[in-house]
Design a protein around this ligand. Structure first.
Ligand code: MN
Length: 522
């Protein structure tokens, strides 16, 4: 029925788990519209597999995976499941709309410590459960991936036994996760080599790796595994994920591309010019800002500060540059669009940036663009990316909207904020004082929305250059005990702060209670 992902020795399959493992980052949960937008962006970026979620976790997760499967046109869409029939049935149902591109990813912990303390099961029982889960999944879906959770801490001989059993049961991809980020590149490569030597049938399946960054080695471990024969890398945009995060997609892809000498003949399907746009979208959607010195996509990744370097750059960029900013889609500072630019030009530029906006959103986006172009004569790529995020984010339904904001503050005055909000025809106005205008706004919003909330982390960033630049506020807030991210964009920073906090309040209402599970190894 489906085209099997045959093992191409020259192709490394990029398996993106931003929407599953990435979403497990505290405060990173996304709503349906945001997940769909990220999934579209991932397809435009050229990822081979999108792990869209964990369907059994909640009705919302199920709906999101199903919607992504329906929307997808090219990438495989994968749903995660524990080795339980209920999980597997649900996952298979969710990915079904992707047709021959549907994948179910089944996992089960295999290490001694997990066997004993998580399951209180002996090796034979684990082996049997893994085999039966894969066989069951294979009855529902052709493309099955299996992950022995905590593989890097599992006895190699037992790991080989499990991997052999799941291949015999029909798994087409076997993932060897370094669940705790404990592996070391040489050892991890040796483990892959060991499995290739000792597991019957392993040459007919794709060996995958899934590395966490607890020791900052996720990318190094993934690269070592690829050199040892792994042909699928599980990764996330910006390296987001449980704890210290996952292998960063942009880093592992560019390392293989720039160091072709280490990876002769190896290719991926990633369109590197779209990396920056994807990074920005994920950064702002999840409310997880990047450090400025982040490799490949950080604000400073291409900034040359010292005079000696600047002089060298002017003489020949190759003196100090192993990747050009253009290669990874870092927006130029040249003016791209102005107030006289039309809808088609806007649409074209967004596609070039790797942000394929849906037809139904273009109208809203164009209005926002015109409004911005009126306030700010020059609209840069960075502004456009921010606008897309803003418009997509604004598509949430039945949420509070900010209709009016007035603040007064000064060194001698008590800061006060007057705010008017509306929701489904209901309009409420209130005022509050605080320690500064932002605090006053937060207090007023808490009163109107009847929530007990505090701001836990607050960041302000100028999206582009100049005094009239858009200010982007991203914050983490605790709203009634729920940690949630919020973002706001405006040329006025108090206004941006109000939008960000209101966004957090709106999102806290969506945060559905999720099944408490530990899937970090899968
Ligand atoms: Mn994980």
């Amino acid at each position: 029925m489906s085209p099997t992902p045959t093992v191409d020795p020259d192709r490394v399959i990029i398996f993106d788990t931003t929407l599953r493992d990435g979403e497990q980052s505290p405060g990173a949960s996304m709503n349906l519209a945001e997940k769909l937008e990220i999934a579209r962006t991932l397809e435009a970026l050229g990822v081979d597999v999108i792990e869209a979620g964990f369907p059994i976790a909640s009705p919302d997760d199920f709906a999101a995976v199903k919607a992504i499967a329906e929307q997808s046109t090219r990438a495989r869409v994968c749903g995660l499941a524990r080795s339980l029939t209920g999980d597997i049935t649900r996952a298979a149902e969710a990915v079904k709309p992707a047709g021959s591109r549907a994948r179910v990813h089944v996992f089960l912990a295999t290490s001694a410590i997990h066997r004993q303390f998580k399951f209180a099961k002996a090796k034979p029982e684990i082996l049997k459960q893994a085999r039966e889960a894969v066989a069951y999944a294979r009855g529902l879906c052709d493309d099955i991936e299996f992950s022995p959770e905590d593989a890097s801490r599992t006895e190699p001989d037992f790991l080989a036994e499990v991997v052999e059993a799941v291949i015999a049961a029909g798994a087409r991809t076997v993932n060897i996760p370094d669940t705790l980020g404990y592996a070391y590149p040489n050892d991890y490569a040796d483990l892959i080599t060991y499995l290739r030597k000792h597991v019957r049938g392993i040459d007919d399946v794709v060996i995958s790796v899934h590395c966490h960054n607890d020791l900052g080695l996720a990318v190094a471990n993934s690269l070592a595994a690829v050199r040892a024969g792994a042909r699928q890398v599980e990764c996330t945009i910006n390296g987001i994920g449980e704890r210290a995060g996952n292998c960063a997609l942009e880093e592992v892809v560019m390392a293989m591309r720039v160091r072709k000498d280490q990876f002769p003949g190896i290719t991926t399907g990633i369109i590197s010019e779209h990396l920056f746009g994807a990074s920005r979208l994920v950064q702002s959607t999840t409310g997880l800002p990047l450090q400025r010195n982040k490799a490949i996509v950080g604000d400073n990744a291409f900034a040359h500060e010292s005079g000696i370097h600047q002089d060298g750059m002017i003489k020949n960029p190759e003196n100090y540059e192993i990747i050009t900013p253009q290669t990874v889609g870092v927006p130029g500072t040249t003016l791209v669009l102005g107030k006289h630019s039309g809808r088609a030009a806007l649409s074209k530029r967004l596609t070039e940036l790797g942000l394929p906006v849906q037809e139904s959103d273009i109208g809203k986006l164009f209005d926002a663009f015109k409004a911005l172009a009126d306030r700010k004569k020059e609209v840069y790529d960075g502004d456009l990316i921010a606008l897309v995020e803003e418009v997509i984010r604004g598509t949430t339904v039945s949420a509070w909207k900010l209709d009016y904001l007035h603040t007064s503050a000064g060194t001698e005055a008590v800061a006060t904020a007057t705010v008017r909000l509306s929701r489904n025809g209901e309009v409420v106005t209130d005022a509050a004082t605080g320690d500064g205008p932002v605090d006053a706004v937060v207090c007023a919003l808490n009163r109107i929305c009847a929530v007990a909330g505090t701001v836990e982390d607050y960041r302000l960033r100028a999206v582009t250059k100049g005094g009239d630049a858009l200010g982007e506020v991203s914050m983490r807030a605790n709203v009634g005990g729920v940690i949630v991210g919020g973002k706001g964009l405006s040329t006025d920073i108090v206004h941006a702060s109000a939008l960000a906090y209101l966004d957090a309040i709106n999102r806290s209402a969506y945060q559905s209670k999720k099944l408490d599970y530990h899937a970090s190894g899968a």
